[in-house]
Design a protein around this ligand. Structure first.
Ligand SMILES: Nc1ncnc2c1ncn2[C@@H]1O[C@H](COP(=O)(O)OP(=O)(O)OP(=O)(O)O)[C@@H](O)[C@H]1O
Ligand SMILES: [Mg+2]
Length: 505
């Protein structure tokens, strides 16, 4: 008779059910796993064998066949160890066959039969909850799984505990939902940045409306420092956002302590990052940096130093909020609604426009340097702001500027206004940057003077349709920060000041 255990396989953010079927039959001793296993799954034979040995059980000298159905879905990861081991135990009549019928099982086994953390427990728990199943997962992942709602979870530390629970000789208690504190990094305060009032204002607007921002300035003027202050002024994740973000991080295996994330993600990959690292994919399809930055910030420092094709690959996700990775045998989709913050020098020496410091190739070298970023990528950036060198007077000024906490309060108020407005319209968005079509038209009511200024600027600048809408969204956010429902002339004027039509004009 065949023993069956339910587990899952991950296709991007989608969870596919997998049926682990185990049969022990007469024949030459062999242990085979079929059903498109990858190397980690194939190697689980040795881990399972050793884990059972550690419990004093040895595999019967017969023909053991493990089938992972459906057979045409490729199976990746080490979480198949535990379901395979339980399937074998059921087939060997160590545990009753029927007791596992409504459990979804995942976990990696150590040689000593302890159960190690695996990626994807939260999405698997959501899947189990949606199908009225129960879940068996590693103990360390229990705090993450418990967020999936009303679901019964067994989170054993080792295989023996689990067998004892199933046989009724020990009771495992339901794990408690946990928060993950690993992302509580040290965030510099905005008040530590001297001068740079325009850049700070631009940062506040981007945080309030979820817009993209490019900072351009000479070396050492504080661009990277300003960007690192951003997490301190962003509002915390809403419960729904936290669940979305944690599902992606769970799949990427970046929640080692289990628990759900509370802080808005802030990812700052180095400019040597490859396209699969940034967008997702690779040999094992993992979420890329843009998906890990979902509902948060992707900071690309030294933008022109990124590989050109890597930057171009950002174009589609920047518009759609999704990263679609096509592989030979499947398409994998990860959410990637992130806010792009970028920083760059105006030229290779970095001192363009400063007659004392600029090199003898200026301004030609600036054109070469800036042209590394294509027009379409530039068109997707809502705001560009100059971050000039700070004067000594500013550096020596003892007055502390506004703190991040004060700015964060204004940002939160502006976000609340946006969320209320969008929910009144029945739109499933919360930030101005994501408004489109009819919704955008409905939320961008403006005065006559505003329209006159806007039309005049558009005539002169020959902006793209995308540029026009992005400008409107920034103006909407500026009005929200000012507490105004109508977009006034000054709001349009400020939005225009952040949108340069070409970098070197
Ligand atoms: N406006 C500022 N106020 C206070 N300190 C500053 C300011 N600008 C720069 N600094 C100091 O200089 C250091 C370097 O700044 P930062 O790394 O932000 O420069 P950058 O503009 O990113 O330069 P690069 O173009 O070379 O990357 C900061 O860590 C900080 O100590
Ligand atoms: Mg820098």
């Amino acid at each position: 008779m065949v023993a069956r255990v339910n587990t899952v396989s991950f296709q991007g953010i989608d969870v596919k059910p997998v049926d682990v079927q185990v049969q022990i039959s007469n024949g030459l001793p062999a242990f085979t796993i079929v059903g498109l296993p990858d190397k980690a799954v194939a190697e689980s034979r040795e881990r399972v064998r050793s884990a059972l040995h550690a419990l004093g059980l040895s595999l019967p000298p017969k023909r053991l066949t493990v089938n992972l159905a459906p057979a045409d879905l490729s199976k990746e990861g080490s979480h198949f160890d535990l379901p395979i081991a339980l399937g074998l135990l059921a087939a060997m009549d160590v545990i009753p066959k029927d007791d596992l019928a409504d459990y979804v099982v995942l976990g990696e086994l150590s040689l000593d039969a302890s159960i190690r953390a695996v990626a994807g427990v939260l999405p698997a728990a959501m899947h189990a909850s949606a199908n009225d199943n129960r879940l068996i997962c590693p103990q360390v992942c229990g705090g993450e799984a418990a967020w999936a709602g009303d679901i019964e979870i067994l989170a054993p530390h080792n295989l023996l505990q689990l067998i004892n629970h199933i046989k009724g000789t020990q009771v495992l208690s339901q794990p408690e939902a946990r928060l993950n504190d690993m992302d509580a990094r040290k965030i510099p305060d905005l008040s530590e940045v001297k001068g740079q009032e325009t850049a700070k204002r631009a940062l506040e607007i981007t945080a309030a409306g979820g817009h993209n921002l490019l900072m351009i300035g000479p070396p050492g003027s504080g661009k990277s420092m300003l960007a690192s202050c951003l997490p301190g002024i962003l509002p915390p994740l809403s419960p729904r956002e936290a669940l979305e973000v944690s599902m992606i991080h769970s799949l990427a295996g970046t929640l080692p302590e289990g628990g759900i994330l509370r802080h808005r993600p802030y990812r700052d990959p180095h400019h040597s990052a490859s396209q699969p690292a940034l967008i997702g994919g690779g040999q094992k399809v993992k979420p890329g940096e843009i998906s890990l930055a979902h509902n948060g910030v992707l900071f690309l420092d030294e933008l022109p130093e990124f590989n050109r094709s890597t930057l171009e690959a950002l174009r589609q996700p920047l518009e759609s909020g999704n990263a679609l990775v096509a592989r030979a045998n499947s398409h994998v989709n990860f959410p990637a609604r992130f806010q792009l913050i970028a920083a760059m020098n105006p030229c290779r020496c970095g001192h363009l426009g400063d007659s004392d410091l600029e090199c003898n190739k200026a301004p030609r070298c600036a054109g070469d340097y800036q042209s590394k970023i294509s027009g379409p990528v530039m068109d997707r950036i809502d705001m560009q702001v100059d971050v000039p060198a700070v004067s000594v007077a500013d550096l020596q000024n003892a007055d502390r500027g506004e703190t991040s906490a004060a700015v964060a309060m204004r940002v939160q108020a502006a976000r609340d206004r946006q969320a209320r407005r969008f929910s009144a319209l029945g739109a499933d968005i919360t930030q101005n940057a994501h408004a489109q079509g009819h919704v955008l038209e409905q939320v961008t009511e403006m005065t006559d003077e505003s329209r006159i200024l806007l039309n005049k600027a558009m005539e002169n600048a020959k902006t793209s349709a995308r540029g026009y809408y992005r400008l409107l969204k920034v103006a909407r956010t500026i009005a929200d920060l000012a507490g105004s429902d109508l977009i006034e002339r000054s709001h349009i004027a400020e939005a225009l000041s952040y949108r340069r039509i070409a970098l070197n004009d």
